[in-house]
Design a protein around this ligand. Structure first.
Ligand code: PMV
Length: 368
């Protein structure tokens, strides 16, 4: 597959107006994507758990317009007009227009809401961009008569690949949110079908220990990030440890393949925690350098290590590009780990807030 394959054939049907709705989840990377080339091509492969509860629901209304000079759209979050979201969507439209030539033919109203509070410090870009990409794909699908859909390229695989390809152009990690429960993005020699252009469902057997894996997100700092991930990714250009880091991600992916097959939870813990700390080490060794962890992030990590040593639990942590901590654990430890979290970790959360989530299975279209 190349990017050219996502340029559509001429549309066979015209529509005046309509609407589509998709619900799409967030995801948490186990092997992290940090560093990218032009057009959001990742410097290394990554793999994530798709989440279940944390998601965005987006309805896209479209109505035909005459003037093709510019894009025309409005955005609402929970019913409130959000003009500050427009620049990001405008950039997204510019990037995806070669693949969605109808963008200037319509006025769009984008109505979106998240299952998690906007001010939780949880990035909504993965769920938000994937939901929008899926809506745009559902609109495009309607521009083909059913015989053209059947004959041509609109198989489910093509639909998912192109939606993931478009989501990637909005926010890299968004391309891993469409399916579940494990998604790979970025070419890896040992993973058949893996691609830099879109996310694919992890294609091999996964041990039952990972079924319904739990993710409790501890909200340590709900504020805006001081350094955006776009800036962080760019600081990997010329980073003194970049080459070695990208190599390490390939190695971690390969080790995880064995872990998923055998159910080796200790192996899982060491790769996942190393990935989280490496991500933050890359930030701390960038020029300019920056720190996104907070004192409470470290308190939580230390308490998880002490608890694990004391109880032999398989609980571990991972981090996103922020201060919040994702506490990962097998379903059979749900009861004990939640008690531990409530007893010892919640004191380190802003206003005691946390979100209970678990592995999920991807996006869904919501019919009217
Ligand atoms: O998708 P972006 O550009 O916001 O980058 C996200 C990068 C991390 O969340 C830190 C890691 C990852 O693979 O999701």
């Amino acid at each position: 597959m190349t990017a050219q394959d996502f340029i559509p054939k001429p549309y066979t049907k015209k529509l005046d107006s309509g609407s589509v709705t998709w619900s799409s989840p967030s995801n948490i990377a186990l092997v992290k994507y940090w560093g990218k080339r032009k057009d959001q091509i990742p410097e290394n492969p990554s793999i994530s758990f798709t989440l279940d509860y944390c998601k965005t629901i987006t309805t896209l209304y479209f109505s035909g317009k005459e003037d093709r000079n510019e894009y025309s759209f409005e955005v609402y979050l929970d019913g409130d007009k959000k003009d500050d979201f427009k620049p990001k969507i405008e950039t997204f439209f510019k990037r995806v227009e070669p693949y969605l030539p109808f963008l200037r033919d319509y006025h769009f109203k984008i109505e979106t809401s998240n299952s998690f509070p906007h001010s939780s410090g949880i990035a909504s870009s993965a769920s938000g961009m994937s939901a929008l990409a899926l809506c745009l794909m559902s609109v495009e699908k309607q521009f083909f008569t059913s015989s053209a859909v059947d004959k041509s390229h609109f198989s489910d695989d093509y639909f998912n690949q192109k939606a993931s390809f478009l989501a990637r152009l909005g926010s890299g990690s968004a391309c891993r949110s469409l399916e579940g429960d494990l998604v790979v993005w970025g070419k890896h020699d040992k993973i058949a079908g893996s691609s830099d252009l879109f996310g694919v469902k992890y294609p091999y057997e996964v041990h039952q220990s990972f079924r319904n894996y739990q993710d409790t997100i501890l909200l340590v700092d709900k504020g805006e990030k001081q350094v955006s991930s776009t800036v962080g990714h760019n600081l990997m250009h010329g980073h003194p440890f970049a080459k070695k880091r990208f190599l390490q991600a390939h190695e971690h992916m390969e080790k995880l393949m064995t872990v998923f097959k055998t159910g080796d939870l200790d192996g899982f813990i060491s790769i996942v925690e190393s990935e989280a700390l490496t991500l933050h080490a890359m930030m701390m060794t960038s020029m300019p350098y920056f720190i996104l962890m907070r004192p409470n992030t470290l308190e939580i990590i230390n308490k998880i290590w002490i608890y694990r040593k004391k109880t032999n639990s398989k609980v571990c942590f991972t981090l996103d590009a922020g201060a919040n901590v994702h506490v990962l654990y097998p379903e059979n430890e749900k009861h004990q780990v939640l008690q531990f979290i409530q007893r010892e970790l919640i004191v380190h959360c802003q206003h005691g807030h946390y979100i209970c989530d678990q592995i999920g299975f991807g996006a869904n279209q919501i019919e009217d």
